[in-house]
Write a protein that binds this ligand. Structure first.
Ligand code: AMP
Length: 487
């Protein structure tokens, strides 16, 4: 039945998002707005803040960017109190609706609860069908509401026990920040697939998707929330519970490759450093005689710097990016997506004319970006364009909250490297090997018994098997089941 339902909907998987929470601060909502601004790259569709003033909760949700919405005194005044949580939502196709913007807020038997969620549940559809059969009414098409319903329905006594009860029922990759009266709660899934860090500013603890959200408000990084850990701040004290059976941590490799901001710290190093190393390893594995190394801006820049430093080939900005084009421009469909590349990038003609070019990007998903750029470079007089991708071939879709499409749309799932090379019209094409990726991160190579990362994109090794199994593409996205309009 699920399969039949899904066929009717647009199979796009998009639930990236940034989350934030702060306790015990007179400037809670202002600091939340600033931190969400630093996390803007994790989602541009909408943003929201829930605050608690000691008596009442306040909620403001907006479509669009943080800087356009939470930039005025009068908006921030509407969300008073010393506790706040916030959320940035990634742009989706066909489901851009205010009702899906987070944080979600609900009144439960034990009082109000606000929740911000980054990630995707792999059993959300199954859970939701069960809850609906039992009489639950859903207001959104987001899997996050399933968590809220499970908490509200739990027969346990305390709010924390209700949360733990709900967490035992959900599966997938998730980082949650919740607010219940004067308790701020952070949760990371049992494998730590999605990130969450703890910081401190004066007497306030903060939880955030990335360290760049701490830097902007001057908060000090304390530590990462561990995999399977619940942290909570009550009476200014940080507490920790680990209710799940212990698992080895497996953070998502795409946070390292693409998703996190380059200045965010992942496992003691900036994402930028890892990306430079991916470029360096790529150069060791796949260099070819050339004149210039050119990045696809901005995603390919660190890898291209690493590549150029290793090969001693000149680094040039052969492509210029228009910074005023929002990502929404390239969202809606494949046709507009193609146009989007031109809106966003143009060739720096004089520096590339008659040159043999190594073109570097962090990843190749559908191949749209590369296809357009290679043509743009040849049209602008490049002699040869050799494409080098600073991660392995993406052959498997993601179910844990990163926007990779279905297997059908993933170029490397359906074509060999030489076929892809032909499709993008490059002189040559090489991807970083899986062992090269691990080496660049400081491991000897990928360990098959205890893979250190969630790397199913390349290996098909899914730490959490999707329960909502729906045929070849195994789409596990609640928004696809919605028949409601987006108003
Ligand atoms: P494509 O054009 O579909 O091959 O996508 C590759 C481009 O999209 C690269 O320039 C990447 O930096 C970027 N990219 C990779 N992963 C994602 C993602 N999850 N969301 C948005 N863009 C991405």
């Amino acid at each position: 039945m699920l399969k039949k339902k899904l066929k009717k909907y647009n199979p796009k998987i998009k639930e990236e998002c940034g989350v934030f929470g702060i306790s015990n601060s007179e400037d809670a909502s202002t600091l939340t707005a600033l931190s969400l601004h630093a996390l803007q790259h994790r989602g541009q569709e909408g943003c929201g803040i829930v605050s608690f003033d000691g008596k009442k909760y306040h909620l403001e949700k907006k479509l669009g960017l943080v800087g356009d919405n939470f930039n005025k005194e009068e908006v921030l005044k509407k969300i008073p109190g010393n506790y706040a949580i916030g959320h940035n939502r990634y742009s989706t196709t066909g489901d851009t609706a205010l009702r899906n913007i987070q944080p979600f807020f609900a009144d439960t038997h034990n009082g109000g609860i606000g929740i911000s969620h980054n990630g995707n549940l792999t059993n959300a559809i199954t859970l939701r069908e069960k809850l609906v059969k039992e009489g639950a009414i859903f207001h959104t098409t987001s899997d996050t509401e399933t968590i809220v319903q499970l908490i509200a329905k739990s027969k346990r006594n305390t709010t924390m026990d209700k949360i733990i009860d709900a967490l035992f029922q959900i599966q997938g990759g998730y980082a949650l920040v919740m607010l219940t009266q004067n308790i701020l709660i952070g949760v990371r899934d049992p494998y730590g697939i999605r990130p969450l860090v703890i910081g401190k500013i004066k007497n306030s603890y903060v939880f955030a998707s990335e360290t760049c959200a701490l830097d902007i408000i001057g908060a000090k990084y304390i530590r990462d929330v561990e995999n399977g850990e619940i942290v909570f701040v009550e009476n200014n004290k940080l507490n920790s519970i680990k209710p799940f059976p212990q698992k080895k941590i497996r953070p998502c490799v795409f946070e390292y490759i693409y998703f996190s901001r380059p200045d965010s710290i992942l496992n003691n190093k900036c994402a930028y450093e890892y990306r430079k190393n991916f470029g360096l390893e790529l150069a060791k594995e796949a260099h070819v005689e050339s004149d210039l190394v050119i990045p696809v801006p901005d995603s390919g820049v660190p890898a291209a710097i690493g590549y150029s430093q290793y090969t001693k080939k000149k680094f040039e900005l052969g492509l210029i990016r228009n910074h005023y084009v929002g990502r929404t421009f390239i969202e809606p469909n494949q046709k507009i997506r193609g146009l989007g590349v031109k809106l966003k990038l143009s060739a720096n003609k004089s520096s590339i004319k008659n040159k043999k070019i190594i073109l570097i990007d962090d990843s190749l998903v559908r191949g749209t970006t590369c296809h357009k750029i290679v043509k743009m470079l040849y049209d602008s007089g490049a002699k040869e364009v050799h494409v080098r991708i600073a991660c392995p071939e993406i052959k498997f879709p993601d179910f844990y909250g990163v926007d990779t499409p279905t297997k059908k749309e993933l170029l490397a799932a359906n074509q060999s490297v030489s076929e892809i090379c032909k499709y993008i019209n490059a002189k040559s094409l090489k991807f970083l090997s899986l062992d090269g990726l691990y080496k660049a991160m400081g491991f000897k190579k990928r360990n098959d018994i205890y893979p250190q990362l969630t790397d199913h994109y390349f290996t098909g090794d899914y730490p959490v098997k999707p329960v909502d199994e729906l045929g070849d593409d195994k789409i596990t996205q609640l928004s696809l089941l919605s028949t409601a309009t987006n108003k």
